[in-house]
Ligand binder design. Structure first.
Ligand code: UDX
Length: 430
């Protein structure tokens, strides 16, 4: 059955789920306070980089509207998804101002039964707070649901339409029926839980994945000491179905808009409840240490003279996205620049976003990966874009001053590179 859905917030999650619900045949209104963004969306200009989203939005344009009039969206829809940003504050807490504003608008403009869905990642107990806030202003019936989102940038549409599971946190039969109905054409297990468990599932899932990454990064450091190969170790442990082979790639640590924020968020929730999540604290520390350790490796390969030059491949927090939020690559480039090292960088699509974050005199934004290597002493790979693995190292050799390659993602063809006379070092192996 076609349902009327309002999506409040047209950021990454909001726009993706809006497009997907439209493709499932529902009538969607995407709302954003940013008038300019809405007018661009109306003209078919997409503010995010996500493979396939443009096509979906075009194909199902009959089912999707954009507005900055939140009142209209609330009045015309039965299901209201809150998908606004909940970024981390400086001290690791969760910034709820956009979320609070959205709830306020909902409370003031509801004129009949609505299902209010928390899609943003919010602290445990938020749904109870939402109920109370709405009750203060609206006396009719309504439901609040927690429906966490697990989509990854770069594969967001597939993650939404073919998920491993759909989690619906509700204690209300009517809302449960409506939620199951809007997802009825998606073939995936649907887990119905109480609201607090659903709120915790999102944080716990991301915290567990971050733990897996920090764990393998620690083992990679041990591999370097004892002389093992982390790729083989990861393969060997990943073959145990209880462990699983995914998220065991050692590297320079995790970044992005979710893992660092959700790890900090869960730590802040746990301390609020008087529980010390010591394991997770270490996960975050290991992640930071991994980046610092890599920086030390780069420095150890330089001559420590004024002309020291580092070529950098990759700036986004992972491949296939232009997102540089909490990117380990950006962190390392920043450290290089602050050390006064000449830094020549290239990323296939994240250059514009990176430029906004990196205003140093000693940084040079290059037109291609090869161009970065001109008179460079060390080449470092920070993001594993597929195209970097295909670059001809004979050409790289012609350009570099010293032949050092540090592969922060174990992505390059190490044997071929070594044969050409380069000194190559990956992560957790020689
Ligand atoms: C993540 C979660 O996967 C997703 O379920 C959630 O909804 C949002 O956060 P995303 O941030 O898009 O998605 O990226 P993801 O592919 O999970 O990678 C996160 C970071 O971990 C990247 O910096 C990546 O380089 C790093 N990573 C991932 C590793 O270092 N090693 C791995 O094995 C996997």
């Amino acid at each position: 059955m076609q349902r009327k859905i309002a999506i409040i917030g047209t950021g990454y999650v909001g726009l993706t789920i809006g497009a997907c619900f439209a493709s499932l045949g529902h009538k969607v209104i995407c709302v954003d306070k940013d008038v300019e963004k809405i007018s661009k969306l109306c003209k078919g200009e997409i503010p995010i980089h996500e493979p396939g989203i443009e096509e979906i939005l075009k194909k199902y344009k009959e089912n999707i509207d954009y507005t900055s009039d939140i009142k209209k969206a609330i009045k015309e829809s039965q299901i209201l998804f809150i998908a606004v940003g909940t970024p981390s504050t400086e001290d690791g807490k969760i910034d709820m101002q956009y979320f609070r504003n959205a709830v306020q608008e909902i409370a003031e403009n509801m004129d009949g039964y609505r299902v209010v869905v928390d899609k943003s990642t919010v602290p445990v107990g938020t749904a109870d707070w939402v109920k109370e806030e709405i009750k203060k202003r609206y006396k009719g019936k309504f439901s609040v649901v927690s429906n966490p989102e697990f989509l990854r940038e770069g594969s967001a549409l597939k993650d939404f339409l073919e998920p491993d599971r759909i989690v619906i946190g509700t204690e209300d039969e009517k809302a449960k029926k409506i939620m199951l109905d809007i997802y009825s054409s998606i073939k995936a297990p649907k887990l119905i839980t109480d609201i607090k468990s659903a709120e915790l599932i999102k944080y716990a899932a991301n915290a567990f994945l971050a733990t897996k990454i920090s764990f393998i990064n620690e083992i990679s450091n041990l591999c370097e000491k004892v002389g093992g190969d982390i790729t083989k170790v990861a393969q060997g442990i990943g073959m145990d179905k209880r462990i699983g082979s995914k998220f065991l790639n050692a590297g320079i640590g995790y970044g992005g808009s979710c893992f660092p924020k959700d790890v900090d968020g869960l730590l802040s929730i746990s301390s609020k409840y008087g529980y010390n999540l010591g394991l997770l604290r270490v996960v975050a520390e290991v992640n930071k240490m991994q980046q610092e350790k890599f920086m030390e490796k780069i420095k150890s390969m330089l001559l420590k003279t004024k002309g020291d030059t580092v070529a950098v491949w990759g700036l986004s927090f992972k491949p296939n996205t232009d997102d540089v939020r909490k990117s380990p690559a950006l962190f390392i480039v920043t450290m290089l620049c602050k050390e006064g090292i000449k830094t020549r960088v290239y990323d296939p699509i994240a250059m514009e976003n990176a430029k906004k974050e990196l205003s140093f005199e000693n940084i040079h934004f290059c037109e291609s990966a090869l161009e970065t290597t001109k008179r460079a002493d060390v080449l470092v790979l920070l993001t594993e874009w597929p195209e970097f693995a295909e670059i001809d190292f004979k050409e790289v050799k012609k350009r570099m001053r010293h032949l050092y390659v540090l592969d922060g993602r174990n992505h390059l063809k190490a044997e071929e590179i070594k044969k050409l006379g380069f000194y190559y070092e990956g992560i957790g192996k020689k």
